[in-house]
Design a protein around this ligand. Structure first.
Ligand SMILES: NC(=O)c1ccc[n+]([C@@H]2O[C@H](COP(=O)([O-])OP(=O)(O)OC[C@H]3O[C@@H](n4cnc5c(N)ncnc54)[C@H](O)[C@@H]3O)[C@@H](O)[C@H]2O)c1
Ligand SMILES: [Zn+2]
Length: 363
């Protein structure tokens, strides 16, 4: 199958490469001259894929001075793990012109990106996304960061990678549950975009769920194109880019309330169902069934585990999109007037938000 390539026209443009059996040596050589690097990965992905990646880099003339493995899971997007990683880089002696290769899912990408943005005021970053979620969304666009117990992604920076290289063969080792989590972000982007992408969701979600490479590649390329276009138009999220937070306002609130025990993709799925309810209340367009059908086809649950509604609301209140002028009883949402017609900065009363959250929690 062909290698797909999408250019992200950021201030410094870069390529997102997606292919089965991707030639990593060639991919990296096309983006950067060889130098000194460190490989960051997690305890699940490392044993599966770090050796072949290290070999491909060495073949391209890279000197890998360390491989740092963090525990798999959201808890690694924390200040304490961040400290461990930057200190490892300092001990290994990664120089200013060095490169950090982030091999893993969104957690390794976000953590590694934040490390790369801050260690020695910034080193090069290459994203090697291994989960579907990181291939379709988190590895592209340069948002990097950490969580705090108080809320998701409350620490962060913008650092565009020099390259994103996704080998579709990495998905072969991904548990089906994680494929579904990635598909949550795909559904999000299809709903936001409409048109051919939205039509292709109905066609490709089911085969993608079972690991069909063609379906996966089609959905990844659709998603990356949308993300690249939005990022090119609004790299620093001063406006348009915030539409990508569809489903994330409640989603992030659920994650924080569940003390990050709830996978991001599952939280976003529930968050979109909450947003669909709000859209129905406010615009009278009923997209709830469309959401439910798509999320079911993606193998996602239609409810989130029962958590305390008040803690969800509290975390929603700490959302980064919030402005100081906002009233304490209103929340800012991205909602859908229709498929392909998102509206951002819709202010919604707390009573409505509370009801929407209650409706998506398991009883
Ligand atoms: N920066 C952004 O723009 C952005 C966008 C969306 C999501 N995110 C962030 O991404 C994170 C979620 O990403 P995620 O779902 O990839 O989580 P993750 O990194 O925790 O990966 C999910 C699980 O899959 C495992 N895994 C990954 N690749 C694998 C493979 N090829 N084979 C076997 N196991 C594999 C991981 O070890 C982990 O256990 C969240 O923190 C979220 O906030 C960031
Ligand atoms: Zn997300």
């Amino acid at each position: 199958m062909n290698r797909s390539s999408v250019t992200v026209a950021a201030m410094v443009p870069y390529e997102v490469l997606v292919a089965p059996a991707l030639d990593l040596t060639e991919a990296v050589s096309g983006a950067l001259p060889p130098g000194v690097g460190v490989l960051l990965t997690d305890s699940t992905v490392g044993p599966l894929h770090a050796t072949s990646v290290a070999e491909a880099l060495k073949k391209g003339g890279w000197e890998l001075i360390d491989t740092v493995k963090v525990p798999a899971g959201e808890a690694s997007k924390s200040l304490s793990i961040y400290e461990e990683v930057v200190r490892r880089l300092a001990r290994a002696g990664l120089p200013r012109g060095g490169t950090l290769f982030a091999l893993g899912g969104g957690v390794v990408g976000d953590l590694g990106g934040f490390v790369a943005s801050s260690y020695m005021r910034g080193v090069n970053l290459v994203q090697l996304p291994t989960s579907l979620l990181s291939m379709v969304d988190s590895s592209v666009g340069g948002k990097v960061g950490l969580d705090l117990p108080e809320g998701k992604n409350l620490i962060g920076a913008f650092l565009q990678p020099c390259l994103v290289a996704a080998n579709l063969d990495w998905v072969d080792t991904l548990p089906p549950r994680e494929i579904s989590h990635g598909l949550a972000e795909v559904v999000k982007m299809g709903l936001l975009t409409g048109g051919k992408f939205f039509e292709d969701l109905w066609r490709f979600l089911a085969p993608a769920r079972t690991g069909d490479t063609g379906a996966l590649q089609a959905l990844i390329v659709h998603s990356v194109r949308v993300k690249a276009a939005v990022v090119a138009a609004d790299e620093r999220e001063v406006g348009l880019r915030s539409i990508l937070n569809y489903g994330h306002t409640i989603g992030h609130g659920l994650e924080a309330a569940a003390t990050y025990d709830l996978p991001h993709g599952a939280a976003v799925a529930a968050g979109m169902l909450g947003a669909a309810r709000l859209s129905r209340e406010i615009f009278r367009t009923d997209l709830l069934e469309v959401h439910e059908d798509l999320l079911s086809a993606a193998g996602l649950p239609l409810k989130a585990p029962a958590v305390d509604v008040q803690s969800v609301l509290k975390a929603v209140g700490r959302d980064k999109k919030r402005r100081t002028s906002d009233q304490p009883y209103e929340y800012r949402f991205v909602l859908l007037e229709d498929v392909g017609r998102p509206l951002r900065d819709v202010l919604v009363r707390d009573t409505l938000v509370r009801r929407a959250i209650e409706a998506i929690l398991e009883s």
